[in-house]
Design a protein around this ligand. Structure first.
Ligand SMILES: *Cc1c(COP(=O)(O)O)cnc(C)c1O
Ligand code: SF4
Length: 361
């Protein structure tokens, strides 16, 4: 694999260069221009190479190219209420034991539905708060897991990433480090740049954001193999997106390809209510029906958890079912994916822990 310098990021970020690559009419050009004044765009040449150049509804194009629909709709700047759970400007903690460390605010691509578009590709520079956040994590014995996110942590120079990981590895109470990234999808070559650093701090968990089977390219697979060689355990997160992947056949193919590549599908997210992305929303009822379809057709290994994340400190809410019906006495009514009903005799005795050492009887 060709080595790229950390600074070489060949991407398209203005209408002129975009129209030299894909066919755009005058109206689309004007609309892209208008939308990108509010939400800038950036598309790596590699990702642009996956686009269907003739079809405006190509699922790769829809995720990358601004549309006029971004200027209308509902949605808020900070749909997860992260400002309210920020313990430093770059550390968001909603759960006991784990928190999100915003290590970078740049991405190789600006996804059109990004839930952090208030920060990504803007003037915000997380490096300013790096020491503050590291010191906070050092002092907060409760944090056993750090989720490095962004932006994309692989946008950092490998030396900077190494520095952050080294500091985190020196903290006794931090046992688990996750790296959240879309790099294997949008600019897979760059993953190679960070492989040595990731390997030095192994074992890590790597969460790749991937939304469509066409994103599982040979280059993606090579990048994942590199990460696995570096002893990173790979899982995925997918955003359910209207016209992009709101079909059980598309998602079945995606999740099977991921499992084939050694990536366990982890989350399927209902779209966050972020500004300028309402046109990507899929109804939850539809999402549930897709999940049911998936259960009927793919291996359990291919099944992610469908979840909704809303503001107000509620965190992630699992969405699936309803497989559990009412209970009549000890008889619990259940329903399988085909709508066939059965019962389970739910008559276990009272539960009381006798071994953990924390519960008091
Ligand atoms: C999503 C998220 C996590 C991780 O949640 P998991 O269910 O463990 O993957 C942690 N902290 C915050 C603030 C999050 O939004
Ligand atoms: S990769 Fe993630 S953080 Fe970056 S633009 Fe896409 S959704 Fe936002």
């Amino acid at each position: 694999m060709r080595r790229v310098s950390p600074l070489t990021l060949p991407f398209l970020s203005d209408v002129g260069s975009l129209s030299s690559v894909i066919r755009l009419d005058r109206t689309s050009e004007a609309e892209i221009e208008a939308a990108s004044r509010v939400f800038p765009f950036r598309i790596p040449l590699f990702y642009a190479g996956l686009m269907d150049l003739e079809n405006p509804l190509c699922p790769i194009r829809l995720q990358a190219i601004p549309t006029i629909e971004e200027l209308s709709g509902t949605g808020v700047a900070d749909p997860l209420g992260e400002e309210r759970i920020a313990l430093t400007p770059t550390f968001f903690k909603r759960y006991p034991g784990r928190g999100v460390f915003l290590a970078a605010a740049e991405c190789a691509m600006y996804c059109r539905f990004c839930n952090r578009r208030r920060l990504v590709g803007r003037d915000f520079d997380p490096a300013v708060f790096r020491e503050k956040t590291l010191a906070f994590i050092e002092g907060c014995g409760e944090v056993r897991e750090v989720i490095l996110s962004g932006g994309d942590p692989l946008m950092l120079d490998p030396i900077e990433l190494d520095y952050i990981l080294s500091r985190l590895r020196k903290i006794g109470h931090v046992k688990v480090i996750r790296v959240s990234s879309r790099m294997p999808v949008v600019f897979p070559e760059r993953v190679e740049l960070h492989r040595e650093v990731l390997s030095r701090h192994a074992p890590l968990w790597f969460i790749v954001h991937v939304n469509h089977p066409r994103e599982v390219t040979p280059e993606f697979i090579e990048a994942i193999n590199g990460l696995r060689d570096a002893r990173a355990s790979c899982v995925s997160q997918t955003v359910l997106l209207r016209r992009v992947n709101d079909c059980r056949h598309v998602l079945a193919r995606l999740f099977e390809l991921l499992v084939d590549a050694g990536v366990k599908p982890y989350y399927l997210f209902q779209l966050d209510d972020v500004t300028g992305a309402t046109h990507f929303k899929v109804r939850i009822e539809e999402g549930l029906s897709i999940m049911k379809g998936l259960r009927a057709s793919v291996s359990g290994l291919c099944m992610p958890q469908y979840a909704l994340d809303i503001t107000g400190g509620l965190g992630k809410i699992p969405l699936e079912g309803p497989y559990l019906g009412p209970k009549a006495g000890d008889s619990l009514h259940v329903e399988n994916i085909y709508g066939e009903r059965g019962t389970y005799l739910d008559d276990g005795g009272e539960s009381r822990c006798n071994s953990c050492g924390i519960c008091k009887s």
